[in-house]
Design a protein around this ligand. Structure first.
Ligand SMILES: *Cc1c(COP(=O)(O)O)cnc(C)c1O
Length: 413
C-alpha cells in the first residue's frame, strides 16, 4: 500500500486494476480515479484536484456533496429509510405535494433510475391510449426521435437508433416508431398517416447523449401543437435537460411548452441516490391502478427527503439564472478560440459540447487527456464531440479559470 495517499486507502493504479479484474467492462472510463468530490471539484487518491465538467452527465447540477442535501440524507437515514409502498410512510405524501407544486402537475409517480421513469411513462401512455383515446388492443404506437437516448432497458433500446445500444439484445419491443429530431414536418406526416393509433411522442428538449443537439426555436411547440391536434400525449424526457441545466428550470420552458408527461431523474437527488419521477395530471397517472406497476424502492422516504432538499437548492441558489449567464460566457469565450481542431461549440445554458476535428493523429479523446492533466475532466460523447457540463453552482471566477485551462490546451495542440 502506498503511503503518500491523500484520500482513501488505495492508489489510482490499484483501484484501476481491481475494477478491471473484478468488474464488468460496460464502460470505457477516462484513466483517472476519483476519491473525493466537493462542489465543482473532484480529487484523485493522490490529491490532484480537477474541475468536474462531466457532472455525472448532469446528475450533479447542485455540485458534489452539497451540504444541505447531505444533511437531509444523513438526518433521514437515521430515522427511516424504506418501508416499500406496502404501507404508507410519513414522508411520501409530503414529498409528492412538494414536487407536484414545484413543477405544476396534479400528480407524480416516483421511480428510481431514469430508465425506470421512462419505462413507467411508456406504460402510462399505453394505458391512456387504450383506456382514454380508444386505441384498439395492442395497436398503440409510441413515437421516439432518431438519435434519442432514453435509457438502457430492453423497451427503451428498442427505440434507439444506435446499434451499440440495441444490437444483440433482440427480439426488440414492437410499437415504437422513429421520426427525425428537429423536424416537426416529419412528425406531422407520421401523425397524419397513423395518428389514430399513436399514444405519445417522446422527446428530449435537447439531445444530450447524442452530442448536445439543440433544436430550432419553436420545434417543441410545433410538436406539442401537432400532438394536441391528433390527441397524442407529449412526453418530455428532461432527465438530462431539466433542473436548471439549460438555463431554465426545464428545457421545454425555452419554448413555453408544458409537457403532458414530464420525466425527471439524474439531478433530482443531487447525485446522492438514483431517483426519478413521472409527473402528469390525474387523468393520465391514474390510468395505472393498484397492483399494475411498482418497484421496491419507488417513493422511499429517504429519497423523498433528499429530492426535496435537492430541488430547494436548485431554486434557492438560482441555478437556472447562473447556468444561463455562465453558459453565454462559456460559449462566447470558446468561440473566440481560433484553432483548426476546434470546429464548433453548441449548447444551451451549461449543457454544451465542442466538436473536435482530428489532426496529426490527435482527436477528442486526446484533448480530454490533456484537459485532465491540466485539472479539468470531461469526456467525448461520440468520437469527435466533447460534452462540457460543470455543476451549475460554478462561480464566474471558477469558470474564468476553466476557460483558461481549455484555451491553454488548444494553444498547446
Ligand atoms: C441518463 C438519461 C436517461 C437514463 O437515466 P438512467 O438513470 O441512467 O437510467 C434517460 N434519458 C436521458 C435524456 C438521460 O440523459
Amino acid at each position: 500500500m502506498s503511503n503518500n495517499l491523500k484520500y482513501g486507502t488505495i492508489g489510482s493504479p490499484e483501484a484501476l486494476e481491481l475494477a478491471d479484474k473484478y468488474g464488468d467492462h460496460n464502460y470505457l472510463p477516462l484513466p483517472v480515479v476519483i476519491a473525493k468530490g466537493e462542489g465543482v471539484f473532484m480529487w484523485d487518491p493522490e490529491g490532484n484536484r480537477y474541475y468536474d465538467f462531466l457532472s455525472a452527465h448532469s446528475t450533479l447540477n447542485q455540485g458534489h456533496c452539497h451540504p444541505k442535501i447531505i444533511k437531509a440524507l444523513c438526518d433521514q437515514a437515521q430515522i427511516l429509510t424504506l418501508t416499500t409502498r406496502a404501507v404508507m410512510d410519513n414522508k411520501l405524501g409530503e414529498y409528492e405535494k412538494f414536487i407536484t407544486e414545484y413543477f405544476g402537475y396534479e400528480m407524480v409517480m416516483p421511480m428510481n433510475s431514469g430508465a425506470e421513469g421512462m419505462e413507467a411513462a411508456m406504460k402510462i401512455v399505453r394505458k391512456w391510449a387504450y383506456n382514454v383515446k380508444g386505441v384498439e388492443d395492442d395497436k398503440a404506437i409510441i413515437i421516439f426521435t432518431e438519435n434519442n437516448f432514453h435509457g438502457r432497458s430492453i423497451a427503451l433500446v428498442s427505440g434507439s437508433s444506435n446499434p451499440h445500444y440495441y444490437k444483440g439484445y433482440g427480439p426488440l419491443l414492437p410499437g415504437i416508431a422513429k421520426v427525425p429530431f428537429n423536424d416537426s414536418n416529419a412528425l406531422k406526416d407520421f401523425l397524419v398517416e397513423n395518428g389514430k393509433n399513436v399514444a405519445a411522442f417522446f422527446v428530449e428538449p435537447i439531445q444530450g447523449e447524442a452530442g448536445v443537439f439543440v433544436p430550432d426555436d419553436g420545434y417543441l411547440k410545433s410538436c406539442f401543437d401537432l400532438c394536441k391536434e391528433h390527441n397524442v400525449l407529449f412526453v418530455a424526457d428532461e432527465i438530462q435537460s431539466g433542473l436548471a441545466r439549460t438555463g431554465k428550470l426545464l428545457g421545454c420552458d425555452h419554448d413555453n411548452v408544458r409537457p403532458d408527461v414530464l420525466v425527471l431523474g439524474k439531478s433530482l437527488s443531487g447525485g446522492v441516490l438514483p431517483v426519478s419521477a413521472v409527473l402528469a395530471d390525474r387523468e393520465i397517472i391514474l390510468q395505472i391502478e393498484p397492483g399494475q406497476h411498482g418497484s421496491t424502492f419507488a417513493g422511499f422516504p429517504l429519497a423523498g427527503v433528499v429530492v426535496k432538499a435537492a430541488l430547494e437548492v436548485v431554486r434557492d441558489e438560482n441555478l437556472a439564472e447562473n447556468a444561463l449567464e455562465l453558459g453565454e460566457y462559456f460559449r462566447k469565450e470558446i468561440r473566440s478560440i481560433k484553432h483548426p481542431m476546434l470546429t464548433l461549440v453548441r449548447g444551451r445554458g451549461l449543457l454544451n459540447a465542442i466538436v473536435v476535428k482530428p489532426k496529426d493523429g490527435l482527436e477528442a479523446w486526446d484533448v480530454c487527456l490533456m484537459l485532465k492533466d491540466k485539472g479539468l475532466i470531461c469526456k467525448p460523447t461520440h468520437r469527435h464531440t466533447i460534452r462540457m457540463a460543470p455543476p451549475l453552482i460554478i462561480t464566474k471566477e471558477q469558470m474564468v479559470e476553466c476557460v483558461h485551462i481549455i484555451k491553454d490546451v488548444f494553444n498547446a495542440l
